[in-house]
Write a protein that binds this ligand. Structure first.
Ligand code: ADP
Ligand code: ASP
Ligand code: MG
Length: 424
């Protein structure tokens, strides 16, 4: 059994769907699970639809039509409008339309999961029907019959025992099984989601439960590179990396692999390949147990647009356990994610990601007890396997504000100069 995962970039248009089918044919897969995410940037479009449903009903129709037109354009390039395949996909769009009229919950996370997952339902129907039309037999499965989770909508936790049983029952050995990434179901059979970018994790869950031989995730890059190509001009392919290295890179923010993906694979020693759907004949990156980094070189990870916060007691007494516990409670209360922590006798520095836009409220709350300074719009660079040149290269980006080093890793918080300000 092999598991393939195709992300949004690989199925962003009709050409992408054709390319996916070509890859499956070239790889001569007969016993596999193929996990597919929503097409292109459709999950963002579904998020806009959810916002319209809950907060801006007059925008609902426009948001829905954008999604409908996007998929219909792809459909018209792949199928005859009078064909059964075209009708099958269209029925799903009709179902979505009815759902958005009927849904009456005001719980954002719940509504989000009931709506956003249509991106994956649509993409997998299109892929499955196009495979049928191309003469490639396959079985479309509703992943909600396979992956069971708790009811933490938008960030659901997999219930492994039940999931393993369901997967083993529903997946047909010796066939091409097409499933949705990212979505699952809770015990009431409401749709849940595994967190943004969660489809890589779906592939990991299937591989674990089926004792798969390997997992291949198909990306728009040559494999895992030594730096994010959106932030660095020159990048090199890492041919081999260990699970530990992949986990470290994902932890520090390398967005090429979802952080939760590796652990289920590592525990069963299942190899992960990251390959390019643009150049499917090339090898890409192999992630395995204990592999030495090949080639050995510094790897760069950048988290843009962070906030560096420095906290001291008002009377300049030492920062001790109870202060730290109080500070962390507030960080938790205001949903601030810390990406670096540094403690000295009288000050406590943290780099935070203001993903939920609650930073100003946090400052207001903490100011009553502590003296707080902060610098917004800083970038956090992490260099794994650093050497002198790699650090010099990063220091050209702007003014270093804080540095932290351990054996393999150096982190530098930088206020970027104007020419290096970019967001992605
Ligand atoms: P998917 O289509 O599966 O959703 P993503 O867009 O989530 O794919 O992930 C691929 C992207 O990850 C690449 O286009 C690249 O911009 C980014 N990326 C970040 N860090 C790295 C890295 N170290 N190596 C390769 N790609 C990286
Ligand atoms: N479609 C989902 C997202 O964009 C899941 C994924 O692509 O991995 O987050
Ligand atoms: Mg993605």
């Amino acid at each position: 059994m092999q598991v393939f995962k195709f992300g949004g970039a690989s199925v962003k248009d009709a050409e992408g769907v054709k390319n996916l089918v070509k890859i499956l044919q070239q790889e001569k897969l007969i016993n596999c699970v193929v996990v597919v995410s929503a097409m292109g940037k459709m999950t963002n479009a579904f998020e806009a639809l959810v916002n319209a449903i809950l907060y801006n009903p007059e925008e609902k129709k426009k948001a829905f039509n954008y999604i409908k037109n996007f998929h219909e354009e792809i459909l018209s390039k792949l199928f005859d409008p009078s064909s059964q395949e075209y009708q099958t996909v269209n029925e799903l769009l009709d179902e979505l339309y009815i759902k958005i009229q009927q849904i009456n919950s005001k719980d954002y996370d719940f509504v989000y999961d009931q709506i956003v997952g249509y991106g994956e339902l649509l993409s997998t129907k299109i892929v499955s029907e196009y495979l049928n039309q191309s003469g490639v037999k396959n079985q479309w499965l509703d992943v909600r019959d396979c992956i069971k989770t708790d009811s933490t909508y938008r960030d659901a936790n997999v219930l492994w025992e039940e999931t393993e049983k369901n997967i083993q029952k529903n997946i047909s050995i010796g066939k091409i099984n097409i499933v949705q990434g990212f979505i699952a179901a809770d015990e009431k059979r409401n749709t849940t989601t595994l967190g943004r970018e969660g489809s890589d994790y779906t592939a990991g869950v299937f591989a674990y439960c089926l004792d798969a031989k390997n997992v291949t995730i198909w990306k728009d890059v040559a494999g895992v590179l030594n730096a994010d190509p959106r932030a660095f001009k020159e990048t090199k392919l890492l041919k081999k990396i260990s699970y530990e290295e992949a986990i470290e890179m994902a932890f520090y923010g390398a967005s090429v692999i979802h952080p939760k993906t590796i652990q289920p694979l590592q525990s069963k020693n299942i190899s992960l390949f990251v390959r390019s759907f643009k150049n499917p004949k090339t090898q890409g990156t192999e992630v395995t147990r204990g592999a030495a980094l090949e080639p050995m070189m510094p790897c760069f990870i950048v988290k843009k647009n962070q906030i560096l916060v420095s906290i001291a007691t008002k009377d300049f007494s030492f920062i001790v356990e109870n202060n730290i516990s109080e500070i962390f409670q507030l960080l938790h209360d205001f949903q601030l994610k810390t990406s670096l922590i540094q403690n000295s006798a009288i000050s406590f520095s943290i780099c935070v990601d203001n993903k939920f836009h609650q930073f100003d409220n946090f400052v207001e709350a903490i100011q009553s007890h502590y003296k707080v300074d902060f610098v917004k719009e800083v970038d956090l660079y992490t260099i794994r396997h650093f050497n002198t040149e790699s650090i010099k290269e990063i220091e050209l980006v702007g003014k270093p504000l804080l540095t932290q080093v351990n054996k393999e890793t150096k982190q530098i918080v930088i206020k970027p100069s104007d020419s290096h300000k970019s967001n992605f």
